[in-house]
Design a protein around this ligand. Structure first.
Ligand SMILES: [Zn+2]
Length: 199
């Protein structure tokens, strides 16, 4: 329907998550209208990120070079490992300034229905790190979703068997700050009750 390069741009944009055919067309026409100096930095940024950013060889976080800046930082306690699903999960935990340990990025969550099995995640590497290096605690910070919870249970069982002396903990879940009890769903409220702490 359009010139071949325009079709190609629409096809490529439509492959991105959350972007359907119509949005891809709208974005493509927007890009066509933009002056080159405004749109070429986007193309350059995509190219640069793919050429320079890879996975950390230890924790599978994003890294420029073989290791990420957290694994390179000698002040971060290597005996504490926080397990997350995706590299994007590291950022919000870092923003809390509560975590002085390292990370381990699984690359997703277990979901047999979608064909994601233990061997598709970086679980073997996690067990290797935990058993090799005198790790004291593994905090499992996978998402509070069905797949995230299943992944947490699977890893906890595996570590209990393979590294029984290591403490395996799960992030507490509860009420969002500023939330009214009245509007909390029963699953969240139930978890908040089970995770209650002494005042
Ligand atoms: Zn790393």
């Amino acid at each position: 329907m359009y010139a071949a390069p325009v079709n190609r741009l629409i096809t490529e944009l439509a492959r991105l998550p959350g972007i359907g055919q119509r949005t891809a067309q709208r974005l493509a026409f927007h890009i066509l209208r933009m002056p080159p100096e405004d749109v070429l930095p986007l193309a350059e940024a995509i190219k640069e990120v793919k050429e320079t950013v890879g996975q950390c060889e230890i924790c599978f976080n994003l890294a420029v070079g073989p290791r990420c800046r957290i694994c390179e930082d000698a002040r971060r306690d290597p005996e504490l490992i926080c397990v997350v699903e995706e590299p994007g999960d590291v950022i919000p935990i870092e923003r809390t300034n509560e975590w002085a340990g390292r990370y381990h990025v699984l690359g997703g969550a277990l979901s047999p229905i979608d064909g994601v099995d233990p061997e598709d995640l970086h679980i073997t590497e996690l067990v290797g790190r935990v058993t090799a290096n005198g790790v004291r605690e593994v905090v499992i910070a996978t998402n509070s979703t069905t797949t995230g919870e299943a992944t947490a249970l699977y890893i906890a069982d595996l570590l209990r068997e393979r590294a029984p002396s290591v403490a395996v903990t799960r992030l507490a879940s509860g009420l969002p700050v500023g939330a009214d009890l009245e509007y909390a769903d029963e699953v969240t409220l139930g978890k908040a009750f089970r995770g209650r702490q002494q005042l």
